[in-house]
Design a protein around this ligand. Structure first.
Ligand code: DAK
Length: 272
């Protein structure tokens, strides 16, 4: 019998070849790395399904407090996979499994930070906008270039971009298909922070770690309430916040947080 020895790094490489999304967890932070570098991380159906599945599991996993989604230095994601889309007919579009995957990604309950370098276009920009906020490297570029392909944004771009950057910039970006750089994205309100490319992921993970150590009930309620703010009238939103505030205030973790502050110690939250 011939025995072949495989080193740990070779095993990791083999795993990476199979995984369209690489999962790694440190502390309470789950990092999901899009892994189709040869196609600038274009979001094909298989990748989207894998990503949605990982997020569904993370939602149920108490050891995950926050998530970072990232790509590589050249691309966060250059959009939906145009090659795959080319082969889809009208019937395929009717039963398109990407629709459910996108819905699951958009409904994820825990905080997500998108750590973006390089191209963040089309579906890639829509994915980043599903995150709670975006941290980007100086060389990142953002855009919705679908119009150049005779199509339109299909994963929430027309709705989320307008809410983030306002009608003027969003209409210009979507109708011209022009990309904007990280500095412009920052001043437009699309992203929260710009930093050196090499430390984008590190920064996102550090902030995710900070968030993941807060009381999960409070964090989830904050996310839920600010998402409602996009859908509700002010008075309805204020009433929603009031109800959520009462629920959070009845948690054990609320007592723990306040007691820890008053006694000058670190809180130990139990998600209760
Ligand atoms: N899809 C497939 N492959 C892509 C790709 C993409 N979006 N972007 C790049 N690639 C591939 C290229 O084909 C090339 O592969 P090979 O030719 O080597 O096999 C490789 O990645 C490297 O790309 P380039 O050679 O083009 O690299 P450059 O640096 O020269 O240019 C670029 C980079 C980002 C400017 C260029 O690749 C580019 O323009 N890419 C396309 C960007 C784009 O148009 N994105 C929007 C796609 S449409 C929906 C949900 C979502 C959507 C629709 C429906 N439903 C749920 C219904 C979203 C639609 C889109 O995102």
């Amino acid at each position: 019998m011939i025995q072949i020895k495989i080193t740990t790094s070779e095993i990791t490489m083999l795993e990476d070849l199979n995984n369209l999304v690489i999962r790694s967890q440190a502390d309470r932070v789950l990092t999901l790395t899009l892994n189709r570098p040869h196609a600038l991380n274009a979001l094909n159906t298989a990748l989207l399904m894998e990503l949605a599945g990982l997020l569904r599991s993370a939602d149920k996993d108490d050891t995950v407090g926050a998530v970072v989604i990232t790509g590589n230095q050249k691309a966060f994601a250059a959009g939906a996979d145009v090659k795959e889309m080319a082969s889809m007919n009208a019937t395929d579009l009717h039963r398109d499994p990407r629709v459910q995957a996108w819905a699951d990604i958009g409904r994820f309950k825990k905080p997500v930070i998108a750590a973006v370098n390089g191209f963040c276009l089309g579906g890639g920009c829509e994915l980043a906008m599903c995150a709670d906020y975006i941290i980007a490297g100086h060389q990142a570029s953002f855009g919705q270039p679908e119009v150049k392909l005779g199509i339109m944004p299909g994963a929430g771009g027309t709705q989320r971009l307008i809410r983030l950057v306002g009608p003027a910039k969003a209409r210009q970006m979507m109708l011209t298909g022009a990309t904007i750089n990280a500095k412009q994205a920052l001043s437009a309100g699309l992203i929260a922070e710009v930093t050196a490319a090499e430390i984008v992921l590190e920064k996102a993970q550090a902030q995710a770690k900070q968030i993941a150590h807060y009381a999960p009930i409070a964090v989830a309620a904050i996310k839920d309430c600010y998402n409602q703010a996009l859908d509700l009238e002010l008075q309805q939103g204020l009433a929603y916040e009031r109800r959520s505030y009462c629920v959070v205030s009845s948690s054990e973790d609320r007592n723990e947080g306040i007691d820890a502050f008053l006694n000058k110690r670190h809180p130990v939250y139990k998600n209760r």
